[in-house]
Design a protein around this ligand. Structure first.
Ligand SMILES: [Zn+2]
Length: 601
């Protein structure tokens, strides 16, 4: 009745054109309107193959059918197309390549036309709906070759694997297949619970050869997901790479988070990781007067061993020759220095054997000195001493008179304060080789409050540059029982698994148990891990790397993180700490430690 000519209007090229189109299970219908008056109708039935298309493909086909049929009316004009399948709206916004193959073909065909596709509720679409249900018995497809689009041509998969996919899909995703073919409900909550995760991808889901595809990606049935995960991670790529690799070809709801968890749980990946980015600088408080806080370190220059002492306040450096590296000689030299400048309140050193010896502890106790050591393998936390060693080495490398070079350093004003180390320490300018007015050599007081302010300000500036250049944000605190990995010792590249026992008194330091031994580690060297990734932890007793690490003693003195970055070029801990150019590790006592050869296993 409605297709009889009296109902139809004449076409007016000056007016805008609208198309209403719809697909039923076995037919297509379309009507061309101007000012809500019909200009032309069209309908056809679907071929046998077309009836098996996904609902979204049928709806897309109804647009193609309408456009081809009404070509003479719409070519060169803008047209608004109304359809009652909501996902179609989305698919026109998606990149062409992310859509399923058959829809891609149809979209390419529609590129002839200037279309805006809009959604309208089914009950407002009576005309095309009627036409699609009471379709004409013609079924000539508008596009050639659309029916034989098979995804199998586009995926690289063995036939055996593909038939396995088809079987699993039939058994596990039959409900999803049915929804795709019959059309999606209007609301997410109308879907069965197990299908709701697919809701957001509904515009891209199609079924081809019994396999569900999202765009060009295979939707993996649940029982095959574990196997796919194994394939994705077979070469142990990191989280980002593994995800990218999977997203190229596969899809299932929540795939990314499963991959992320899998990589985090992978023991092999946890074994070999990159160093952590540095922590933000945590400057120590500036001491209030000279020789309140000092740092000491040992170093070697041109075959001779030296002990260095540097004052945190004035940066005054004392250097003494050492005949041997016995703890007693070191104590002797320190005693001599303290007799000159007074006994410091705090002495900072690294964890070297001489400083960690019982004898040294007794000495510090008898002199009333608080001895603080740095975390193992965190040489920069004894930064002041490390830096002073570098300063002295640089001076001596160029100087013919070591003592004059030191005098020049001590009598040259510090950038940050405007006074020389000697002035800050002794309140006078010692005479050096430069001609100087006699008056300048007289003792002169300086304002200690101003000096402290300047020192504090220079620390703030250092922190700003350090944090902005290389530090990461502060890492989350670790709790007892947390599974972790410890950064490899120099000479090894394997992160060793452990579990946090407790936090150490020193900030950012933890006691970690690994292979039945306890180690003290700075958070800089601890990566969070998972129980699964650390599965091998309990088998590591007597492992070679364990020998390389210094187990913590219960009475180990409290260290303080003391990073500082006055010198942008990092100190060279390798030579000072015993790394040779061949990558072997030499202990302070000269023992060469061969790195474990585990990669070749
Ligand atoms: Zn892995």
């Amino acid at each position: 009745m409605c297709t009889e000519s009296p109902v139809l209007q004449f076409f007016d090229p000056s007016k805008s054109v609208e198309i209403f189109c719809d697909a039923s299970s076995n037919g297509l219908g379309a009507v061309l309107l101007q000012d809500s008056h019909p200009i032309a109708f069209s309908s056809r039935s679907l071929t046998d193959t077309e009836t098996r298309y996904a609902q979204i493909e049928k709806e897309m086909l109804s647009i193609v059918h309408a456009c081809v049929k009404f070509h003479n009316y719409i070519f060169g004009n803008h047209v608004t197309v109304y359809n009652d399948h909501k996902p179609l709206e989305d698919i026109f916004r998606k990149p062409l390549l992310s859509t399923p193959m058959r829809i891609q073909r149809m979209r390419l065909r529609l590129q002839w036309y200037d279309l805006t596709v809009k959604y309208r509720r089914g009950k407002d679409m009576e005309l095309p709906d009627t036409l699609s249900r009471a379709q004409l018995p013609v079924n000539k497809p508008e596009m050639e070759g659309l029916e034989c689009v098979s995804m199998l041509h586009f995926v690289s998969v063995s036939e055996q694997k593909y038939s396995e996919l088809q079987n699993c899909t039939r058994e596990e995703l039959s409900c999803l297949q049915r929804i795709i073919q019959q059309g999606w409900p209007d609301h997410r909550h109308d879907l069965p619970n197990e299908l709701q995760p697919y809701w957001d991808s509904r515009s891209q889901l199609v079924v081809s050869d019994g396999v569900v595809y999202k765009g060009l990606h295979i939707v993996v049935p649940p029982s095959m997901q574990a196997h796919m995960l194994k394939l994705i991670h077979q070469s142990h790529l990191g989280i980002v790479k593994s995800k990218q690799r999977a997203r190229e070809v596969l899809y299932w709801p929540g795939m990314s988070s499963v991959i992320e968890q899998m990589v985090k749980n992978c023991g092999k990946c946890a074994d070999f990781q990159n160093k952590l980015p540095r922590q933000p600088l945590r400057p120590t408080e500036t001491p209030s007067f000279p020789f309140e806080e000092v740092a000491s370190d040992l170093f070697e220059f041109e075959g001779t061993h030296y002990i260095l002492l540097v004052d945190y306040y004035s940066k005054f450096i004392e250097v003494d020759t050492l005949k041997n590296l016995h703890c007693r000689s070191i104590i002797e030299k320190l005693k001599a220095q303290f007799s000159r400048h007074g006994i410091p309140v705090i002495l900072r050193t690294d964890n070297g054997p001489q400083y960690a010896a019982e004898e040294f502890k007794v000495f510090c106790q008898s002199y009333g000195i608080t001895h603080r050591t740095s975390s193992p393998h965190t040489p920069h936390s004894n930064g002041e001493a490390e830096r002073a060693v570098q300063t002295v080495k640089k001076l001596w490398a160029k100087a013919s008179d070591k003592h004059l070079a030191l005098l020049d350093y001590r009598t040259t004003p510090l950038d940050s304060v405007g006074f020389s180390p000697a002035q800050l320490l002794m309140g006078r300018r010692p005479r050096n080789s430069l001609p100087t007015a006699r008056l300048l050599l007289a003792p002169a007081a300086y304002d200690p409050i101003k000096v402290k302010q300047r020192l504090d300000r220079s620390k703030c500036i250092q922190k700003f540059y350090y944090d902005h250049k290389r530090a990461s944000g502060p890492r989350a605190e670790l709790k007892p029982g947390d599974e972790v990995r410890m950064q490899p010792h120099p000479g090894s590249n394997r992160w060793s698994p452990g579990v946090v026992v407790r936090s150490h008194d020193a900030p950012r330091s933890y006691i970690v148990e690994s292979g039945n031994k306890e180690y003290r580690r700075n958070v800089q060297h601890l990566r969070k891990s998972t129980p699964d990734a650390n599965d091998s932890r309990h088998r590591l007793i007597n492992d070679h790397w364990a020998e390389l690490m210094e187990p913590v003693s219960a009475e180990e003195p409290e260290p303080v993180e003391h990073t500082n970055s006055q010198q942008e070029s990092a100190p060279v801990p390798q030579t000072a700490k015993g790394m040779t150019s061949t990558g072997q590790y030499i202990t302070r006592l000269g023992r060469v430690v061969k790195p474990p050869d585990r990669l070749s296993l």
